[in-house]
Design a protein around this ligand. Structure first.
Ligand code: BGC
Length: 733
């Protein structure tokens, strides 16, 4: 956040002086509309009903369209609202008019929304987009989303989601940049720059909200909302770095996570909210709770009742209450009784007003008609970007005997219902995406002029249509199967215990393989899947994720070789669900898994992953040689010679990893410390150097002390976290 001018700061001070305690507390209240009449449940319950399948997505849409929504105008008029979750620009303007023109002090509302991977221009899910290893691209996606949403009245994105997630069972792994703290930090910075960077033009920037703070991705057994126990050293070394990086980049807000951390819910955790975030990182924005989380601390068994919950949350540093009204109902008494100091209340209000001021909401509270319709037709630049991001996120997992790319004159049978279901390309959390913008894989093949016939055969949940499958096999020279997960199978409250291909899709693939015809599997999923059979028997496998509105065009261009895939995995693919959590940068054991009995391994499944972090093939091949390390007083320059040994141009992400051989705390077997993405013509060689500042070679202990310890380090360079060249060096700090 850019520093406010003296005049803006004075205005905030003067507002604070004029505010009644009720008005102050009002600034801490964020609501979503209540649904009234005919349908007697809250918005949150309705969402829950849709999530657990009691009502369909379509029914949800119908109810919302028909329901009368109570936006609590009277409370707004009395200065009792600060923020509303909304994506309808007309509604935003109406509510804003009350706040600005009818309240005593005219403080504008701030409208927040879950813009996770695009507003209308939906780009790949974060788990996929981070695999481009291109921060400029990640930044541009965020910039486009900021412009589109701001034109709709939304100036606060509940993103980036930067939870490190190492357990593929957790559905929310789809929303974030994966398992690695370094890559996640690069992603976090890029997103904050994209959202907030243009902060002199009110039509171009929004406030970021880093979430979910913190360690939410480490929920036990990958079950959403579950408890988290973790050494503080692990918290600081693995889970906090992307938050720290994004705060350094100027992120305006933070959302606390639902989980408890070592027994204390993150919603009211003084250590994380006060000691780390404010005191250590110097965060000067505000913190919002996750939806209903303040109330849920009573169910956690950490707060006795609503009064206790309000007191504990505000005192711990929770500035804004999302959705429970507990602050509105409880804080006045808590302040009057001295259980919450007035200074803490003032501090929270000041933080919120600062963000509103920085967002120019005082000067430009409304969106104009022109803005509301600015993106009715998506600009070509946005479409081009969505296509580029999708193409670059695709990961080639296997390509035996050069089966790919396909030729346009090959007769293709395109198989699988996911290939044609429009909204499935959007992935989790894409509520502002429109079906009419979505290009399915079927449509993409049509656009590419491919010679193909389409056979749905089975969905992720249905039986197999045997007749149709036989027809598909008979018709094609090559069988292209689109298999994976529905978008709703990842994201919030979508944990899976067994991360195999859902439903009968594996049987479908078995049948296709048994036909003897070549099979290509296009995976469409929001998490790593355990695919040992598939990876053994299917000659070509492409990880397509949920790639956003241009998915079909991107997949077709990769299939036919117009684009050479260069995406890399941001998360380990286990070979069995029972290996979860599985991640490459785990602390080393004294008995690393091997073939011998008394090592850290399983009797029934391999100890190695199916595909490691950083993995991804290309239509060309790359050779690594001449690893060299040059050391200066404060940097290691690590280089390799990279050669494109194939027939086509291609991009490679050269990855630098490090291992601290002996340290005062057990360190990860490997840690990503830098990367460079390069494009080489066939036969071209290039020396690629990645600099590793020595100050980044340390680690935190449980007391937040950072250690740089002299000694031996192994440096690795390669195209993924498994296959690397290495060299050992001695480093003095
Ligand atoms: C999710 C958040 C989201 C919030 C508001 C919660 O259920 O955990 O990620 O930002 O809802 O929609």
């Amino acid at each position: 956040m850019r520093e406010l001018s003296a005049e803006q700061k004075n205005k905030i001070t003067s507002l604070l002086e004029q505010m009644t305690i009720e008005e102050k507390i009002g600034q801490l209240n964020q609501i979503s509309p209540s649904i009234v009449g005919g349908f007697d449940v809250s918005f949150e319950e309705l969402i829950e009903m849709m999530t657990d399948g009691r009502i369909s997505k379509e029914e949800f849409g119908r109810i919302m369209a028909g329901a009368r929504q109570d936006y609590h105008d009277d409370v707004n008029r009395a200065g009792g609202l600060s923020s509303v979750l909304s994506s309808d620009p007309e509604v935003c303007n109406q509510l804003q008019k009350i706040a600005v023109e009818e309240t005593r002090l005219g403080i504008p509302l701030i409208f927040g929304f879950d813009v996770i991977h695009g507003f209308r221009t939906v780009v790949p899910i974060a788990l996929a987009e981070a695999g481009t290893f291109e921060p400029e691209l990640m930044e541009k996606s965020a910039r486009i989303a900021a412009k589109e949403s701001r034109a709709s009245g939304i100036s606060w994105h509940f993103s980036p989601m930067v939870d490190i997630s190492r357990d593929a069972r957790w559905g929310r792994i789809s929303e974030g940049p994966g398992e690695d703290p370094y890559l996640a930090s690069v992603f976090a910075r890029a997103k904050v720059r994209g959202q907030q960077g243009d902060d002199r033009d009110p039509s171009g920037y929004v406030a970021s909200c880093l979430k979910h703070y913190v360690a939410y991705g480490a929920c036990e057994s990958g079950r959403d909302y579950n408890t988290v126990s973790m050494a503080k050293s692990m918290l600081h070394n693995a889970y906090l770095p992307p938050f720290k990086a994004a705060v350094e980049e100027g992120a305006a807000t933070v959302m606390a996570s639902f989980n408890d951390l070592n027994g204390v819910p993150c919603t009211m955790n003084e250590y994380t909210l006060r000691t780390v975030l404010r005191e250590k990182y110097g965060f000067d924005g505000f913190v919002v709770s996750d939806a209903n989380a303040i109330k849920e601390c009573i169910i956690h068994g950490y707060a006795q009742d609503e009064a206790d919950a309000a007191e504990k949350a505000l005192n711990a540093g929770m500035d804004m209450d999302m959705g429970t009204w507990i602050y509105s109902h409880q804080l006045k008494k808590a302040v009057e009784e001295g259980r919450v100091p007035m200074e803490r209340l003032d501090d929270a209000v000041r933080r919120i007003l600062q963000v509103k001021m920085w967002l120019s909401l005082f000067d430009k509270p409304y969106v104009t008609e022109e803005e509301i319709h600015r993106y009715d037709v998506l600009p070509q630049e946005h479409l081009d970007h969505a296509l580029e991001a999708a193409e670059k996120s695709i990961v080639l997992l296997k390509n035996e005997k050069g089966l790919l790319p396909l030729k346009k004159d090959q007769k293709i049978s395109l198989i699988g219902a996911l290939a044609a279901e429009k909204e499935e390309v959007l992935g989790s959390w894409a509520m502002s995406g429109r079906a009419s913008d979505c290009v399915t894989i079927q449509q993409g093949l049509m656009n590419a002029g491919a010679d193909f016939s389409y056979y749905p055969c089975c969905t992720p949940e249905s039986e197999i249509d045997e007749k149709e499958t036989d027809a598909a096999i008979a018709a094609g020279d090559i069988l292209v199967a689109v298999v994976g997960e529905y978008a709703s199978m990842s994201g919030e409250a979508s944990s899976r215990a067994d991360i195999i291909l859902p439903g009968k899709q594996r049987e479908l693939l078995e049948k296709l393989v048994a036909s003897g015809k070549p099979v290509v599997a296009l995976l469409m999923n929001g998490r790593p899947l355990a695919l040992p059979w598939e990876s053994e028997h299917i000659p070509a496998i492409v990880e397509c994720w949920h790639l956003g509105i241009q998915m079909g065009n991107a997949v077709a261009r990769v299939l036919f070789g117009e684009v050479n895939p260069g995406g890399k995995l941001t998360c380990t693919f286990p070979s069995a669900s029972g290996q979860c959590p599985m991640y490459y940068n785990a602390p080393k054991t004294g008995r690393p898994g091997s073939r011998s009995k008394f090592t850290s391994r399983y009797l029934d499944v391999p100890s190695a992953p199916l595909y490691p972090f950083g993995f991804g093939l290309s239509y060309t091949t790359f050779e690594y040689g001449d690893l060299a390390v040059e050391q200066t007083a404060d940097t290691l320059a690590v280089s390799v010679t990279l050669k494109n040994t194939g027939d086509v141009a291609g991009s490679e992400v050269v990855q630098l990893y490090m291992h601290d051989v002996a340290a005062s705390l057990v360190r990860p077997a490997k840690e990503l410390k830098g990367f460079r993405k390069v494009t080489l013509e066939p036969g071209e060689s290039r020396k690629v150097t990645v600099a590793l500042p020595k100050e980044q070679m340390g680690f935190y202990d449980d007391d937040m002390e950072y250690h740089l310890e002299d000694g031996a380090f192994i440096l690795y360079m390669g195209g993924n976290s498994r296959d690397c060249l290495s060299e050992t060096v001695t480093v003095k700090f």
